[in-house]
Design a protein around this ligand. Structure first.
Ligand SMILES: NC(=O)c1ccc[n+]([C@@H]2O[C@H](COP(=O)([O-])OP(=O)(O)OC[C@H]3O[C@@H](n4cnc5c(N)ncnc54)[C@H](O)[C@@H]3O)[C@@H](O)[C@H]2O)c1
Length: 484
C-alpha cells in the first residue's frame, strides 16, 4: 500500500516543537495522478532519531497514469516562452535532489524549460522545519504537487516527482533505477548554519542528513549509473575567511622545495558548513577511487526570488526566507526595509562574502550540466558573481529604500556567530564565466523589484522571527524549546 508521507511513521517531537500536520494533509489532498510518486517508508524519522534509521525499509512506488488536474494543458504551451529560449539543448535526464527548495525549484523549472527531462527528489523536510520552528516563507508557496501540475498545464512539460529521503538508500536506489539520470543536481541538504547550531539534535541531524545523503548519492551513481555526472551544491563558506586569495578548489603550494597542487584549505564555521566540507572530501575520494565525475559548486549567498519560469504564475512562486534561521543577508534586509524594521547588521558588519542572483544559480547549474566533468574528475567552481560586506549591502538597501520613499534604519546587533567581523576577502570566480555565465549583477532595478516584492507580501511578515535567535556560543545539548 502506498504511504502518504508520515502516515506510517511515528514522529517523536520534543515538547517545544509545534505539532505537524499540514504537510500530510496537503499531500493527501493534492496527490497527483499524473506523476511518478514514490515515498520512502519513513522520510522524517531521522530528524529526531538520527542514530536509529532503519537503513532501508520498504519502498512504495505508485506509477499513476491518469491526469485529474483541473487545469488542462494549454493549447500551445511552449508559447509562454520566447521561442529561441525553448529549443531543447539536450534530451538528458536530470534528477534534481532538493527540487522543492529555494534553489532547487527554480533550477528544476529552468532545466525543464531548456528541454531536459527533469525529476524532482525531495523529502519535503524543509517544509517540516518551517512548521517546527513556526516560521514561513514571505511568499505563499503551493504544494509541490500543485506546483508541478501548474507547470505542466502552462508549458506541457512533465516533471517527475519522487518523495522520499535520500538517506534511505532503498528509496534512492529505486528512484535511480526508475528515472535513470544522466546528471544529478544535489541541492537536498539542511542548509542553514543557525539551524545546525540550535542544539545537539539539530547538529547531529544536519551532519547525518547531509553527509549520509551525499554518500548515498555517490553509492547510487557507482551502483546504477556509473556515467552519471554529479553536480553538488557546496558553499563558499567551506573556505572560511583566510588572509590570502581564495582559489577555485585547489591551490599550488611550494613547501621545502617541492611543489604540489592540493585541495584549498577549508575552515568551516558551523556544523552545517562542516557537513559540506565532509561532503567535498567524500566526493573527491570517490572520483579518485571509482572514477565518478563530479562538479562541486561552491555557491555564494543567493538573493532574489523571481526567475523567468517562477514568474509565470503565482502557483510557481519560489520561497523567500527572511527569518533569523533561514533568511540570508540581502533577502532578509529587503524584507526588513519593507516592514520598517531596522536592518540587522551582526557585529561590525565587515563580514564579506560572495553573492549571486538566483537567476545566475540556475544558469550556473545548467552550464555545469552542459559541460560535464570527465570520468574521475573532481571539479570545483566558485559560484558567485560579486562580493559585498554586510555594511555595503545595508547601504545599498538603504539607498534603494529611500528611492521608494521608505526610511531605512540600520542597527548593529551582537553577533550570534563566531566569525571575523573585519577581514581580507578576495575569492576567484572565473571558471563559470569561462563556460559562458552572463551574470546578473546587483543593480538598482533588482533591489527595487525585490523591495517591491517584499512590500507586496509585507502583511505576511512575522516581525518576531527577524532577530537572530541562535547563538554559536550558547549551543545546548538539550532540545531548545520554540516560543509559541
Ligand atoms: N540559499 C543559499 O543562499 C545557498 C548558498 C550557498 C549554498 N547553498 C546550497 O544550495 C543547496 C540548496 O539550498 P536552498 O537554499 O535551496 O535550500 P532549501 O532548504 O530551500 O532546499 C533544500 C531542499 O532539500 C530538501 N532536502 C533536505 N534534505 C533532504 C533529504 N535528506 N532527502 C531529500 N530531500 C532533502 C528539502 O526538503 C528542501 O526542499 C543547499 O545544499 C545549500 O547548502 C544555498
Amino acid at each position: 500500500m502506498a504511504h502518504l508521507l508520515s502516515t506510517s511513521c511515528t514522529l517523536k517531537i520534543s515538547s517545544g516543537y509545534k505539532p505537524y500536520s499540514r504537510l500530510t494533509q496537503d499531500s493527501v489532498a493534492s496527490f497527483p495522478t499524473s506523476f511518478t510518486f514514490q515515498t520512502s517508508k519513513s522520510p522524517f524519522k531521522s530528524l529526531v532519531l538520527p542514530g536509529e534509521r532503519s537503513g532501508g525499509g520498504n519502498c512504495n512506488i505508485v506509477q499513476a497514469t491518469t491526469i485529474s488536474s483541473s487545469r488542462e494543458a494549454s493549447k500551445n504551451p511552449s508559447s509562454v516562452f520566447d521561442q529561441s529560449s525553448t529549443e531543447p539543448s539536450k534530451s538528458q535526464k536530470v534528477m534534481v535532489i532538493g527540487g522543492d527548495g529555494y534553489c532547487g525549484w527554480a533550477t528544476a523549472l529552468h532545466l525543464s524549460k531548456k528541454g531536459y527531462e527533469v525529476a524532482i527528489v525531495d523529502s519535503l523536510v524543509r517544509r517540516l522545519f518551517d512548521h517546527q520552528l513556526g516560521i514561513d516563507s514571505l511568499t505563499p508557496i503551493a504544494s509541490i504537487h500543485n506546483r508541478i501540475r501548474c507547470w505542466k498545464s502552462l508549458t506541457g512539460k512533465n516533471i517527475e516527482l519522487y518523495i522520499g529521503d535520500i538517506c534511505d538508500f532503498e528509496f534512492l536506489s529505486e528512484s535511480f533505477k526508475s528515472f535513470e539520470p544522466d546528471a544529478v543536481v544535489h541541492f537536498g541538504e539542511q542548509r542553514s548554519a543557525p539551524y545546525s547550531m540550535i542544539d545537539r539534535s539539530r547538529a547531529v541531524f544536519t551532519q547525518h542528513n547531509n553527509v549520509i545523503g551525499t554518500l548515498n548519492v555517490l553509492f547510487a551513481i557507482k551502483e546504477f549509473r556509473e556515467q552519471c555526472h554529479l553536480v553538488k551544491l557546496g558553499t563558499m563558506g567551506e573556505y572560511g575567511t583566510p588572509n590570502i586569495d581564495i582559489e577555485e578548489g585547489y591551490i599550488t603550494i611550494t613547501h621545502n622545495g617541492r611543489t604540489d597542487t592540493l585541495p584549498y584549505p577549508k575552515q568551516a564555521s558551523s556544523f552545517y558548513h562542516l557537513s559540506k566540507v565532509h561532503d567535498s572530501h567524500n566526493i573527491a575520494f570517490t572520483c579518485k577511487a571509482w572514477g565518478i565525475r563530479a562538479t562541486d559548486l561552491n555557491q555564494g549567498v543567493v538573493y532574489g526570488v523571481k526567475t523567468e519560469e517562477t514568474d509565470l504564475h503565482e502557483e510557481l512562486s519560489n520561497r523567500l526566507d527572511y527569518d533569523g534561521v533561514f533568511g540570508t543577508a540581502l533577502n532578509r534586509f529587503c524584507v526588513q526595509a519593507a516592514v520598517g524594521h531596522p536592518l540587522t547588521v551582526y557585529g561590525k558588519g565587515g563580514q564579506t562574502r560572495g553573492y549571486l542572483d538566483i537567476r545566475d544559480t540556475v544558469q550556473c547549474v545548467e552550464l555545469a550540466i552542459a559541460n560535464p566533468a570527465k570520468p574521475g574528475e573532481f571539479r570545483v567552481f566558485n559560484q558567485f558573481t560579486e562580493q559585498f560586506s554586510v555594511n555595503e549591502l545595508a547601504a545599498l538597501v538603504t539607498k534603494a529604500g529611500n528611492k521608494l520613499g521608505i526610511e531605512v534604519k540600520t542597527t548593529s546587533v551582537p553577533n550570534p556567530r563566531v566569525e571575523a567581523e573585519e577581514h581580507y576577502y578576495n575569492a576567484k570566480h572565473t571558471k563559470l564565466i569561462e563556460l559562458g555565465l552572463k551574470p546578473h549583477l546587483l543593480s538598482d532595478s533588482l533591489l527595487d523589484s525585490l523591495l517591491n516584492f517584499a512590500i507586496k507580501y509585507k502583511d505576511r511578515v512575522d516581525t518576531k522571527q527577524i532577530m537572530p535567535s541562535v547563538s554559536w556560543k550558547k549551543i545546548g545539548v538539550k532540545p531548545k524549546t520554540v516560543a509559541a
